[in-house]
Design a protein around this ligand. Sequence first.
Ligand SMILES: Cc1cc2nc3c(=O)[nH]c(=O)nc-3n(C[C@H](O)[C@H](O)[C@H](O)COP(=O)(O)O)c2cc1C
Ligand code: SF4
Ligand code: SF4
Length: 345
Amino acid sequence: MIKDLEIFYFTGTGNARKIAMWFGECAENNNISYKLHDISKIDPNHITVKSNSLIIIISPIHGFNYPKITIDFIRHLPKKTNDVILMNTRAGGRIGKLVTPGLTGIAFILASIILRGKGYKIKGEIPFDMPSNWISIHPSYREKTVKYLHRVNYNKVKNHADKIFSGMKDFAASKDIVQDLLIAPISFLYYLIGRYAFAKSFYASYKCDNCNLCVKECPVNAIKLTNNRPYWTLKCESCMKCMNNCPKKAIETSHGLIAALVILMLILSSLIPFQNLGDSSLAYWIQFIIKNILFFSLLVFLYRIQQIFLNCKFTARIISYLSLTHYKFWGRYKSLSEFKWKNPV
Ligand SMILES: Cc1cc2nc3c(=O)[nH]c(=O)nc-3n(C[C@H](O)[C@H](O)[C@H](O)COP(=O)(O)O)c2cc1C
Ligand code: SF4
Ligand code: SF4
């Protein structure tokens, strides 16, 4: 019999918090007391967990894995024997009445291994296909789609809550295991390389009025100021909170810089005589490492140059015009308030 629920969540744009709140609501309806904890506000060295309470951990998926902040939280949990349900919010989509699923990758596998090693018992793994917030790579969804996905997931939470609160195990994610294992190599590449590249894809455009909101609200303190202008460090998790919350819509993705980087990489790679290395697997790895070092050196160099050009109104405008995120049709994403999504479409 479940008496207590501790829900730990991390969120960038509110989807995971929504699922956490909806679970809390279901717990209350079942006379189960619950507490919500925001992972970004917890000191990882002082995590306390009540013995005997059921633990729910919920976080978005970033690059087919939980983001680093969530993995760090899980790594720092004290050794205990509590039951745990792992959940995630992924990039759901909509085709008519069908919800297209996102991809969990290694998130549940990795978290389960760490938690089992500490003594916890995994009682469920459940993905929720909420709207994708990755607006660096695609335009934001229409409000109608967002409302639809909120409604579908709200009902899904109620069904899973009924199952969990009646004492059953709930491994809804097990049907995805083959695809999750197949994309595992990409998860590792994103964790080791990709997330650093995405961290350097943000900049504050000429519309920034230095309100400092992004600096203060970043859950991992990844934005610092250089020449009184926001500057994204490699600590950024690409959670999308700053980009979607900026009151001036001044945070953009540097599509121009990414295009310049790709062109420069192609030119420089063609100038390096990689063919002299032969075609052994060692040669492949040497090539891979050299290309990655080159890629990151160029990215950091171009990012710094861009930061200088952003200080000049004329060049700052050109940088903005080269970003798709600058244009109105692209939009921004935040999960909807209860009032908004509960209204009829
Ligand atoms: C950098 C980044 C990487 C993402 N990677 C994935 C992914 O691998 N698989 C997936 O299904 N969704 C992915 N997404 C989408 C988010 O997981 C999804 O929109 C989630 O619901 C956001 O939750 P939040 O609002 O709580 O931050 C990614 C989003 C971002 C910003
Ligand atoms: S929140 Fe927007 S306007 Fe405010 S400092 Fe950050 S980028 Fe500039
Ligand atoms: S800098 Fe922005 S995108 Fe990166 S972690 Fe902070 S709030 Fe999230």
